[in-house]
Design a protein around this ligand. Structure first.
Ligand code: GDG
Length: 473
């Protein structure tokens, strides 16, 4: 039902739909459930919920439609110019690098900022049109940071939560942003602002202090014990809510024969090493390939015994830094295979396209070692998905200290991705431990598996929405 009838509204840059083209050329919009949908479905279904977002294709948008579960999907149309300036530009060439600690240099472009404001206004207008009186609205992520402020003006009756899926940088870096005051003002009109980690939340509180605002209390996890009081006397809660996954979906089960067959297809190596990422410069893909290559070079790893599988989902392909990263990664794959592989038996298997969920799960199960080496990552769900796929305690996780997940997966083989020697040490010690002390590795993986199962995606959404409810009360 459209109109002002929805008492729970999620607004995110992307609507969970895909445009599918059949063999006869007919096109149809299909709901595409991702992690966030799984997390929010129970709440959306219970409250006659609505999801507002961009359907993912410029200059196209279906009419609002209701999914089989009764959730209203409400599209926001973006033109090709919006896509370039709002999405590729301000969101992904300004905010993304700034919030990931300047791994590449952010571009500050005034026209992009103008479009970011316009598009945020459009999203807020759509929400205002569908939200019932006194509804709860949950705004997602860095693309929509002005939405809480605009919505507060349009609809003072709403309870507004905001969650940031990427890191929040130290105030010293954030200060670069030419539009820093307006952006922070937009966020502060929410009732609750959530981050993955306490350290992200503390950066935000510190920023508020530098802007002369009053900060009360200290940050904690899954509850709200810190508040910022704005100059108008509005109090906004700030907390850490580490996101997670639907852990039970990844637990063992399914056909282990498939996994054995997959290993055979790879030539039955003793150790399969796996990387799974969007092809993004923050993920450290080149660095892990370099570490692998150097271990082959010195003979520490034997190319007849190990195989590296890298699945890389295409991402933001028109942005220069993404193109450059892809070409460096692919050059490294070619070089490593040329040096250490044989015809028909590459040492690195690389795919630059998305694989279906069941295939991805089979690779997680197969992998003896998962390599997750981002320079900076809000959380990193891939690390948690791998751990959840090994409830029997098998496998090993090499994890960057700079991934949010490292705060919870403390039993991983941690590494510093800025230091190739550190990645090499962590990878080699995982290989050695699997061979020489499998029991210790089993204990470590089991501990991490329990951690992920006990802190799954349902806990994330329930704790955020429970805290939001308290803030509003
Ligand atoms: C942002 C933040 C934060 C990947 N390849 C395929 C595929 N995937 C799925 C994974 C996982 C998801 O994509 C990637 O999530 P990550 O968390 O690892 O990374 P970002 O995309 O950068 O996500 C991040 C997250 O938001 C949530 O708050 O953790 O820090 O950057 O679920 O499984 N799925 C399928 N085929 C693939 O080829 N089906």
């Amino acid at each position: 039902m459209s109109g002002r009838s929805n008492s729970f509204v999620v607004v995110a840059n992307r609507l969970p739909v895909d445009l599918e083209t059949a063999a006869d050329g007919t096109r149809e919009w299909k709901a595409s459930p991702g992690g966030l949908v799984t997390a929010l479905s129970p709440v959306l279904e219970e409250h006659q919920g609505c999801w507002v977002g961009w359907p993912g294709v410029a200059d196209e948008a279906p009419e609002p439609f209701t999914t089989d579960n009764g959730v209203l999907l409400h599209p926001v149309r973006l033109t090709n110019e919006d896509f370039e300036a709002f999405y590729e530009g301000f969101s992904n060439a300004t905010l993304w690098p700034l919030y990931h600690d300047l791994i590449v240099t952010p571009i500050y472009n005034r026209d992009w900022w103008d479009t970011y404001r316009e598009v945020n206004l459009r999203f807020a207008n759509e929400v205002a049109a569908v939200a019932a009186e006194n509804a709860t609205v949950w705004v997602q992520d860095y693309q929509l940071q002005l939405v809480p402020g605009i919505l507060r003006q349009l609809r003072p009756d709403l309870t507004i939560g905001f969650f940031l899926h990427i890191p929040f940088p130290s105030p010293d870096l954030f200060r670069q942003l030419p539009w820093r005051e307006e952006l922070v003002r937009g966020l502060l009109d929410a009732n609750l602002i959530g981050f993955h980690l306490e350290s992200n939340a503390r950066n935000f509180l510190e920023l508020a202090r530098t802007q002369g605002l009053t900060v009360e209390g200290e940050v904690s996890t899954r509850e709200v014990t810190a508040h910022i009081v704005t100059n108008s006397g509005h109090s906004v809660g700030v907390g850490a809510f580490p996101i997670s996954i639907a852990a039970s979906e990844f637990a063992e089960g399914g056909d282990t024969g498939d996994v054995a067959q997959l290993r055979a297809e790879l030539g039955n190596p003793a150790h399969v090493i796996l990387g799974v990422d969007r092809l993004d410069y923050t993920k450290g893909i080149l660095q892990r390939l370099t570490a692998f290559e150097e271990l082959l070079e010195t003979g520490a790893l034997n190319p007849e015994k190990v195989t590296f599988v890298q699945l890389a989902t295409p991402s933001r392909e028109r942005i220069d830094h993404y193109r450059a990263t892809r070409s460096k990664v692919e050059e490294a794959v070619g070089r490593i295979n040329g040096r250490f592989g044989r015809l028909g038996a590459p040492v690195v298997h690389y795919q630059h396209s998305s694989v279906p969920k069941d295939v991805l799960r089979r690779y997680y199960r197969l992998a003896d070692i998962m390599l997750v080496t981002p320079f900076k990552d809000g959380m990193n769900l891939v690390a948690k998905e791998y751990v959840a796929s090994h409830s029997d305690g098998s496998g090993a996780l090499v994890l960057s200290e700079f991934a949010g997940a490292a705060a919870e997966l403390t039993q991983a083989n941690l590494c510093n991705p800025f230091d190739i020697e550190s990645i090499k040490r962590a990878l080699l010690s995982a290989v050695k431990a699997l061979e020489e002390s499998p029991e210790t590795m089993r204990e470590r993986m089991t501990a991490m598996n329990q951690q992920v199962r006990q802190h799954d995606i349902a806990l994330w959404s329930q704790s955020f929405l429970g805290a939001l409810d308290q803030e509003q009360a």
